[in-house]
Design a protein around this ligand. Sequence first.
Ligand code: SOE
Length: 389
Amino acid sequence: MPAPLNVGMIGYGFMGRAHTNAYLKVPRFFPELGRRPALKALCGRNRERAVDFAEQWGYESVETDWRALVEREDIDLVDIGSPNDSHREIALAAAANGKWVLCEKPLAMNVAEAEEMTAAVEAAGVPNMVWFNYRRVPAVALARQIVDEGRIGRPFHYRATYLQDWTIAGDIPQGGETLWRLDAAVAGSGVTGDLLAHSIDTAMWLNGPITRVTADTETFVTERVHQETGALQPVGIDDACMFLARFANGSLATFESTRYARGRKNFSTFELNGNDGSVHFDLEDPQYLDFFEHTRPETGGQVPGHLTGWRRIHVTNSEHPYMDKWWVPGCTIGYEHTFINALADFLAAAGEDIPAQPDFRCALQTQRVCDAVLASARTGEWVETGVEL
Ligand code: SOE
């Protein structure tokens, strides 16, 4: 029996739960992966809440200082599920201590931090990955398979939206444990880092590097009470962001994100249109992938005109990505499974000693696009992203 992989989880919020659930489930659904995660320690600043969380989810011990956690010899893997402004320092210390490092998205507050973190894990030679979980929606992975199989052909257009509506009310405060995503000092940015980072990661995974962008952002509520100080403070995040982009492969893109789209809860979509076909995905209907087939790469022949039409693929067959690990055809999986699938990919790659994707270097490219978007929104100019080609 291989040695357990001792996990030190930092953070007991939304992501602490999502990641912990993945550690618990992965050995049951991916039993071939060898090292089974063991919930060794949970780290959170508030001891009482950390103890409650540890008891509820089955962690063996509790730390309230992440520095103690990353130095513990009985920890193999450090998972950073704490707010964005803590990622850099924890990742550097974890890598220096030889730990495997998993980090919640976005990787960092900005490119400079992301570069430092990437250099640190690479110098330490430790397995690393960023939790861009939406790649692991089976329908999104199927889109990638369709691209790889040459069914899209020459790509022309990519279109992404990521819409939510939970910050419209002006009396929602900013900051503190629950609303740090609205505090620029902790989050780094608003929808650009929080939502568009997902869209950009998926876009570059499907359609290659984004080379240049031009963007505009808006902050609709400009002052909010800060939960920690009780004072009315300026809001520094982007509430909405839209940008145009060019991919290295010559295709054009539009991206739009906001937290002010009344009625949209976690509405993330993309569409890729190519010469030979198109794919469309909607995260609020995640078990489906829409595919339009024009040309068959197998024969090079066109689908007869009277038979063309969008095909709605219910992505639950055992032939579909990840689905042989889950239920019988027709039975769907959901949000939490994307984290389990991601963890399975990470463990499989680590077992073979190859980089799991998206690793820190890959997430650094997404960070480059995010920073270029924010820079463009400030200047109104097109900005080169500097993404590695
Ligand atoms: C923001 O509301 C948020 O929780 C993001 O932080 C997550 O990454 C996204 O998956 C769901 O929405």
